[in-house]
Ligand binder design. Structure first.
Ligand code: ADP
Length: 562
């Protein structure tokens, strides 16, 4: 089709059908495109596969001038440029070398009257590090040729996001230096704090905001507790995979070593012909080999890949049938994104998360590790711990609909599990009755007991108080005397055995939840013999309980007869 002439605005409903070949709009697309055509700033939150690209490509095509799109990956940019050019929507990028830059700049400068190019894709790095790119934008602005700025994957702007990229911060110059050009931000990360942060950094002005539901109605969510028996978990995973030898799956692991170990275990456990279709992927695998494995997996030659989170961006295989997390990721946003690589073709799939409190503690150690991360900003550490806590609460949840927990975290209100989940999560499927119990007085007792134990026992040389482990605290509250109790003289504490009427499971759940909710905190401490032990301490909310403030409320949902 011929591009619109200068000053001409095309009918976007018609162009959606003719130029873009779509029978209809997906939810939100019509609204966003209309707002963009009115020249408003827009904030678009749509899950992956929701159809974000059309939200800016259609107005770019229909409005006079050129839309400049910031996108993080050169490979994704190339796909977009190719597919737009195929539709006849002339597009270019400056991200691939200087000769290209010359020719595009020449074309953009030489053909202003034709309004020929409709989309120009740039990486934020290009804007940050190339004076050419910036002066080109200024030249286009002076010529009145810029129709809009588009910031794709806009969550990369926010340090709250799981994918923060410093060069995205450079995009704040768009509003400062091009005050009249409308901006559209798009992301599939729905954490409300990230949304606020992105709006602020980009300087959006009363943006038209669209938020699609982030529910993935066909995915099945479940959490399995892995305890300390690794062998058992590996066997379970192998059985799971054995039953699905015709399906493609993805197994996320936390460490490189785990990727290799899980991959090897699966290869040993499964028949030889299938074992060859299992591999692993992490940052230390040679780059060419990595690319090869990803390609073979995408083509279906490899069926299972055990990967760190290095595997992901740019992966777009529609028929992944299961995503297993061998270890818990560091945030719910990460979990949503990684598990969401399942079932993109709309045909469903299973998301299985293995959870242990040990993994949570490991993640916390990684967040706090100054040796590895360098000196850290206290705020950044707090943000990551907050995100980790939400992830662990999801995993430890035994009653609430899994979808509900995620969508609540993303600030999506009004989700109805009866309609939106339909028993496609383990908690909704569990029909045992449950009840909400008020555990405030037990919580208060446990916090006070911890204080009594650590302060009434004599301190060792060096003044360090006696520490107690999570299991030790459970024993002390229930009054089970054992060696640890005697060693730290917990039996002398006034509240020792105050919870003797509770079952062990109940007290364990109570202490677990107190850690997850930051009433207690668990940290590794090196002891005199150089071993790291996990001990519990007062958490940031402990004072509320010790002083019985109105914030000291603690309820636990428990399953009855189980
Ligand atoms: P996102 O960027 O939100 O992950 P995309 O923009 O890549 O999603 O769109 C996902 C797929 O849906 C693409 O193949 C796209 O062509 C298709 N698509 C987008 N909008 C429509 C529509 N209105 N009708 C049919 N297909 C659409």
């Amino acid at each position: 089709p011929p591009p619109p002439r200068l000053g001409e605005v095309l009918d976007f409903e018609e162009e959606n059908a003719t130029t873009f070949g779509h029978k209809a709009f997906r939810p939100g697309q019509r609204e966003v495109v209309a707002a963009a055509m009115r020249g408003e700033d827009c904030f678009v939150l749509m899950p992956t596969g929701g159809g974000k690209s059309l939200c800016y490509q259609l107005p770019a095509w229909c409005c006079p001038g050129l839309a400049v799109v910031f996108s993080p990956l050169v490979s994704l940019i190339q796909d977009q440029v190719d597919s737009m050019n195929e539709c006849g929507v002339r597009s270019a990028t400056l991200s691939s070398g200087s000769s290209d830059y010359q020719s595009v700049a020449a074309a953009l400068g030489a053909l202003p009257a034709h309004g020929d190019y409709k989309l120009l894709y740039l990486t934020p790095e290009k804007l940050a590090h190339s004076g050419h790119a910036r002066s080109l934008l200024h030249r286009l602005a002076v010529m009145g040729r810029l129709s809009r700025f588009v910031v794709d994957e806009a969550h990369c702007v926010s340090s709250w996001g799981h994918d923060f990229r410093p060069d995205y911060l450079g995009l704040r110059i768009l509003r400062r230096e091009f005050a009249t050009i409308p901006i559209m931000a798009l992301t599939a990360t729905a954490d409300s704090r990230v949304v606020d942060d992105v709006s602020r950094v980009l300087g959006l002005r009363q943006p038209f905001s669209w938020r699609s539901s982030f529910n993935r109605p066909k995915l099945d969510y479940q959490v399995r507790h892995k305890g300390n028996k690794k062998k058992q978990v590996l066997k379970e995973v192998a059985d799971y995979v054995r039953q699905r030898q015709n399906e493609t799956g993805l197994i996320y692991c936390l460490s490189r070593r785990d990727c290799e170990k899980v991959s090897e275990e699966l290869q040993n456990a499964l028949p030889g012909s299938f074992a060859r279709k299992i591999s692993f992927y992490h940052a230390e695998v040679d780059a060419a080999e990595r690319e090869d494995r990803q390609r073979r997996w995408s083509r279906g030659e490899l069926k299972v890949i055990c990967a760190t989170l290095a595997f992901g961006m740019g992966v777009n295989k529609p028929d992944v049938r299961y995503v297993i997390h061998y270890s818990m990721p560091k945030s719910l946003a990460n979990y949503y994104q990684e598990s969401g690589r399942c079932g993109r073709d709309g045909l469903g799939g299973q998301c299985v998360l293995y959870f242990s409190f040990k993994d949570r503690a490991t993640q916390e150690v990684m967040i706090r590790d100054e040796k590895k991360n360098g000196p850290r900003d206290a705020k950044a550490v707090d943000q990551e711990l907050h995100a980790l806590r939400a992830m662990a609460l999801y995993a430890a949840e035994k009653v609430k609909c899994r979808r509900r927990v995620v969508l609540d975290y993303f600030g999506e209100t009004g989700f109805d599990p009866a309609k939106g989940c339909r028993d496609l999560c383990d908690n909704c499927r569990d029909k045992r009755p449950h009840e909400e119990r008020d555990f405030t007085s037990h919580a208060t007792n446990v916090v006070k007991l911890l204080r009594q134990i650590t302060s009434t026992t004599p301190t060792r040389a060096g003044g360090a108080a006696n520490n107690i482990t999570r299991a030790g605290l459970v024993d002390a509250y229930r009054g089970s005397a054992n060696r640890q109790m005697e060693k730290i003289r917990a039996t002398n504490a006034p509240l020792f055995a105050a919870g003797s009427r509770l079952g062990k499971k109940d007290v364990e759940q109570l202490v677990d939840r107190l850690v997850l909710e930051d009433v207690l905190s668990e940290r590794s401490v090196e002891n005199s013999s150089g071993y790291n032990n996990d001990y519990v301490f007062q958490g940031s909310r402990a004072r509320d309980f010790e002083n019985a403030t109105p914030n000291a409320k603690f309820t636990i949902s428990v399953r009855l007869n189980g």
